[in-house]
Structures are given as C-alpha cells and as structure tokens.
Design a protein around this ligand. Structure first.
Ligand code: MN
Ligand code: MN
Length: 396
C-alpha cells in the first residue's frame, strides 16, 4: 500500500478507536458507508455495557413492494424482533393510486408525510367517513373497520398498526374475498347475474392505478345513519406545539383525538445542539420514526446495561417499556421524529422533574453530586410544566 493511500485511510475513514486509545484500526473487509452513519456503533461511548438487543431498523434495509400505483415497505417484528407492540408500513401512492378496499384485525394509525390522499371508511352501524388528508394530518381506523386510501397527488405516509406481527400484505381485501367466493354465491348475494363478475380480479389487488378522483363534494355519500361519531382524521401539525428551550412537541392521544383509542403519539422537534431530555414511559414500549435530521439515543435497561444507536431520516427506533433514554440531535439540521405508543394516553416521566421534586438531601447523599447540580434543582423550574410529564429540553 502506498504511503498516500495509507494516509487517506487513516485520516478520512472512521476507525474503531476511542479517544482514550481503546480499540485498533480496521483494515479488513468493512462497509465504510455504514460505519460513517453509525459512529456510536463503531466507537460506542465508554458508558455502554452489557447485552441489549438491536433497537433500530431502517426502512432502507427493507424490501420494497412495487405496484402500478405505488409502493410499500414495512418494519415489523420480522425485521426488528423486539418491536412486538407496533408495526410500521411506509407507503407511497401516485396521483389516483389506490390502496384497495380492505380491513384487518389491528387498529391503523397514520401520519401523512408528503402530498394528499382521500380516505374512506364505514363502521359497524353503517356510518361512513370520507375525508382528504394533507401533510401533517393523521388518521385512525379502529380494528375491523373497512377502509381505503387513494392518492389525490403523489403522496407518502407512515402507517402504524397496534401489533408487531402485522403485515400489510395479508390483510382482508375485497378483491381477495371476491376471488375466493363461488360466482353463484356472489350472484345470489347481490341479486345480479353471474356475468356481472366475469372480469373480477383473480386475487388480492393490494395497490392499483386509477383515475384521480373528483373533488370530495362530488364523491360524498350521505349515509342514512350519518357520519362516524368520532372523526377518523386529526390535523396534528396544525395543533399549536408545546414549545420548550431547544424544541417543541405536539401530543396526540385519545384525550384530543378520541377515535384513537389504542395509539398515542408525540411529534417531537429538537433543534441542533439540543436534546430530548432523559426520561422513560410508564405505560408501554416506544416505537419511533425519524422524519428529518440525525440523532443518537442510549437506552438504559438496568443492571448496568446500556447501548447507544444512531438514527437518521427513515429509521425506526424502539425503546422497551419503562427503560431510560434520551435523544440527542447530532446533526446540523432540525431533528423531527415521532414517538408512538400502543396506549390510549401519552405518558412520560422526566428524570429532571423527578429529581427536582425529591428532597435535596436524598439526591445529594444518593448521587454525591456537587453544588452546581443542586443549585439547578433548587431553582425548581422543572416542576413548572405546561404539559403533565413532558418538560424540558436542556440546550447543550
Ligand atoms: Mn389498512
Ligand atoms: Mn421516549
């Protein structure tokens, strides 16, 4: 190897060597692009220790399902085995592209990333729901409620289902049911001749290309039973955020989106140099989706176990129930991510708040912390929170 090439490798390629000298160069087979994206896997902080399962999976490492009319890919328990509570599907539809009429046993929560789509649903009492969804809007379909999605323009969204075992590829679809029902039964069911079904699809359609639908007003169907009593749509990005030094948060759960009985979420913004403070959730596991920026998170599971992961847009993160964590913005742009829970309520316990509301003698004798931290806690600014349990982003 030439001296020049050697210099290049030693200086521009990250090496598994910590600042204290631990580790040594990796000149063997390696994926340098991956190493560059995972500085905290290549050189974990000295505080990492013990065994923790993998807590990250990127949608970029999943297999795309390509259809005429759109695509989909999913992160389920098959990709990220620890993620048993929730599964995620990333889907894009063309203008006119349709995710066909279908239903499933799991509740469906969705966040529109880009573009616009029209959703339809009918409930068990014959009440319907048809609405147009734009960027930053959510929808929620309860378990078993039939629905569809159609792109009004090129659009992309995140779907979250309240079971990690879910797969969007084996839902109950209208085309699949028709294809597996005898034609004489279809004829009897609808009271029309069998010829009406001569050209039905021979199996599940899943996604197909159709014409862009006309304005909503022209497609609305007045049900004699009326609309669903609880709207399946929620405009999350239009909700004023709770602002803190270093970021903002918008929380959506059954208290402000009553239809969403099994999924709670927070849309979190963290400015460059800031972090989502050390905290945990006393209700359930956390499923994360990173929208923009770069982040790192260490998850502490007790008994000396802690492991750090790096994240960027399109990654899924997972935090087991009640384990401690923080999320740092490690990039130069604003970090946006979703925290999603299989729960009717968003709940979080702040480390800062806990310590500020605990007798100071206990904190001092327990942690042997100096007067600087004690002064900060004494100011007791953390107990003054506008949103219960969600408090503060300390700036670095
Ligand atoms: Mn669905
Ligand atoms: Mn969290």
């Amino acid at each position: 190897m030439s001296k020049q090439k050697d210099y290049h490798i030693r200086n521009h390629i990250p090496q598994p060597i910590r600042s204290d000298g631990a580790g040594t160069v990796d000149d063997g087979p390696r994926n340098i692009m991956r190493d560059l994206q995972n500085p905290d896997l290549l050189v974990p902080p000295k505080t990492d220790s013990g065994l923790l399962p993998n807590l990250r999976f990127s949608f970029s490492d999943t297999s795309m399902k390509l259809n005429f009319g759109g695509w989909s890919r999913e992160v389920t328990v098959r990709e990220l085995p620890i993620a048993t509570t929730l599964a995620g599907v990333n889907m894009s539809l063309t203008a006119g592209g349709v995710r066909e009429l279908h239903w499933h046993k799991e509740a469906e929560w969705a966040y529109m990333l880009l573009g616009r789509a029209r959703i339809t649903a009918v409930d068990q009492d014959g009440r319907n729901f048809i609405a147009d969804i734009g960027p930053g809007d959510l929808w929620y379909f309860p378990p078993g409620i039939p629905h569809s999605i159609q792109g009004l323009e090129q659009c992309e969204f995140l779907l979250v289902f309240d079971d990690g075992n879910f797969t969007d590829l084996s839902t109950l679809s209208i085309s699949d049911w028709f294809a597996h029902t005898p034609k004489d039964v279809l004829s009897a069911n609808f009271g029309v001749p069998e010829e009406a079904f001569a050209s039905i699809p021979d199996g599940q359609v899943y996604i197909y290309q159709a014409e862009v639908p006309p304005p909503l007003i022209e497609q609305k169907i007045q049900s004699p039973s009326g609309e669903v009593p609880l709207s399946f749509k929620f405009e999350l990005l239009k909700q004023p955020p709770f602002k803190t030094p270093g970021g903002s948060v918008r929380i959506v759960d059954s208290t402000n989106f009553p239809a969403s009985k099994t999924i709670a979420a927070a849309l979190v913004e963290v400015e460059p140099g800031a972090m989502r403070e050390m905290h945990w959730h006393p209700n359930n596991d956390e499923w994360q989706y990173y929208l923009t920026g770069e982040a790192r998170m260490t998850v502490f599971t007790g008994n000396g176990n802690a492991r750090t992961f790096d994240f960027r847009a399109g990654d899924v993160g997972y935090v087991p129930f009640a384990t401690g964590h923080y999320i740092q913005n490690t990039g130069s742009e604003t970090l946006w991510f979703l925290e999603i829970f299989k729960s009717d309520r968003f709940e979080d316990v702040s480390l800062n708040q806990w310590m500020a509301l605990t007798p100071k003698d206990l904190i001092r004798s327990n942690l042997h912390v100096g007067p600087v931290l004690m002064d900060v806690l004494r100011k007791e600014k953390w107990p003054v929170v506008k949103y219960p349990g969600f408090s503060y982003y300390p700036k670095k």
